[in-house]
Design a protein around this ligand. Structure first.
Ligand code: FNR
Length: 409
């Protein structure tokens, strides 16, 4: 279903729901994660919406990330007393209320006021993990203080001394779990960014100004408010020290020079990083094995939401092989296309300890700030709990491939 601007207009069932929820007006018609996309499209300037929504080249991987969940159907049990069911999961010794979390999303504070903090605090309140992006515009120290327990995601600087400095800073800031994203040796070809006028660095132009003017709630509530209260956004967390301003050409230089990175860099980080180390962006079982050999505690099976190699396999399709290769020696997680409780449970049934979603929570933060993300997390959590009941299971441990039937292709 698509989101309605004014919940319940001409739809009595929605009006009743809206009144019962006590949600702010702008969130009332949003009944599932997909609904946030349409709301964000109306709220954000075209280049910013396009940056979040877009993927690489033909969108093959992006689209397949949704279709992958259709490979399986549930085979539920009935009459199983699910009244005491729990959706809890343990990751790196910590208990979480749900087996899903918020994926790292770059430059979130330009689409949502104080985006990184909003996302991290909402996740903390809901008892789920959130991963702060290293390509972010709020100092990591502020986010760690505002929401202790948040995970930090790093893109590796190409040079070793900068790499060591960044890792030392992340530890000093108080993060315990480090996620290193490894599927970005070069920037992908994201033609859609060119078409919508998004660039990194953002180049001021008449078109950009016009795109902002026609979205006054974003212009005043996010952009102007950020500039007035916090000054020009900088890339704050790419290195040990502050990076370039968002509207500067050196911003581009700061995000290149990663082509030579290899597993030795992960081993180098492992020697330095004391806490759980997660490698994000694995699709090949041999790479899962390599990450383990380097001492990783966890991996995220991911094609970067279809934003890197177009045509890269959808993560759920390789998840069973990777779970097999890992053989219980590390925590296997997954992201890409997760929009429903049913998606979460299918991934868990195939061996994921947790899944992450990126775009939906970013849309929620843009449209509704903290309340928006709270609402999105609750919608997904309710779906997980409800579906677990209808599967006739009382815990995630009871989920296994036996609960699924592969659909013939
Ligand atoms: C991302 N992703 C990402 N990943 C990462 O490791 N560091 C980052 O800074 C970003 N930035 C980023 C920005 C935006 C706008 C999007 C949509 C995604 C990828 C992200 O963590 C995750 O892998 C995907 O978003 C998962 O796919 P879905 O849930 O968006 O379908």
């Amino acid at each position: 279903m698509t989101a309605t601007r004014d919940a319940g207009a001409g739809r009595p069932e929605l009006a009743a729901y809206a009144a019962a929820t006590g949600l702010p007006r702008r969130l009332r018609g949003l009944l599932c994660l997909d609904d946030f996309e349409a709301a964000a499209r109306r709220h954000l300037p075209r280049p910013l919406f396009g940056y979040i929504a877009g993927a690489a080249e033909t969108n093959r991987s992006y689209l397949d990330n949704r279709l992958q969940f259709d490979d399986y159907a549930f085979v539920p049990h009935v009459m199983a007393d699910v009244s005491r069911r729990t959706t809890e999961t343990t990751l790196f010794g910590r208990r979480y209320r749900m087996p899903f979390g918020i994926a790292p999303v770059g430059i979130s504070a330009i689409s949502a006021y104080r985006g990184d903090i909003v996302l991290a605090q909402a996740a903390q309140a809901a008892g789920v993990p959130a991963v702060m992006s290293g390509t972010s515009l709020i100092r990591m120290e502020e986010v760690a203080a505002a929401a202790p327990g948040t995970w930090f995601q790093a893109y590796l600087p190409g040079d070793d001394s900068k790499l060591d400095g960044l890792i030392a800073r992340v530890a000093q800031a108080g993060f315990q779990t480090l996620v290193v994203t490894v599927d970005l040796p070069v920037w992908a070809n994201r033609e859609n960014n060119v078409r919508t006028g998004f660039s990194m660095p953002l180049r001021p132009s008449l078109r950009l100004a016009w795109d902002g003017l026609v979205r006054p709630r974003w212009l005043l509530g996010t952009f102007a408010r950020t500039l007035l209260r916090h000054g020009m956004p900088h890339f704050e967390n790419s290195f040990a020290t502050r990076g370039a301003p968002m509207f500067s050409v050196s911003a581009l230089r700061d995000t290149t020079g990663r082509e030579h990175l290899n597993w030795a860099h992960i081993r180098r980080i492992r020697r330095q990083w004391q806490g759980p180390l997660v490698v994000k962006g694995i699709l090949h079982p041999r790479d899962a094995q390599a990450a383990l050999d380097c001492g990783a505690d966890g991996i995220v099976v991911s094609n970067h939401g279809g934003r890197q190699l177009d045509g890269a396999v959808a993560p759920l399709r390789v998840l069973p092989r990777i779970v097999d290769a890992v053989g219980g020696r590390a925590t296997v997680m997954m992201d890409g296309g997760v929009r429903r409780g049913a998606d979460v449970l299918k991934a868990v049934a195939l061996g994921a300890a947790c899944v992450f979603a990126g775009r939906p929570f970013m849309y929620a933060a843009a449209v509704g700030g903290r309340e928006g993300v709270d609402h999105a997390l609750k919608l997904l959590g309710d779906e997980v709990s409800r579906n677990l009941a209808m599967l006739g299971l009382d815990s995630l441990d009871a989920l296994s491939p036996d609960c699924l039937q592969a659909r013939p292709r």
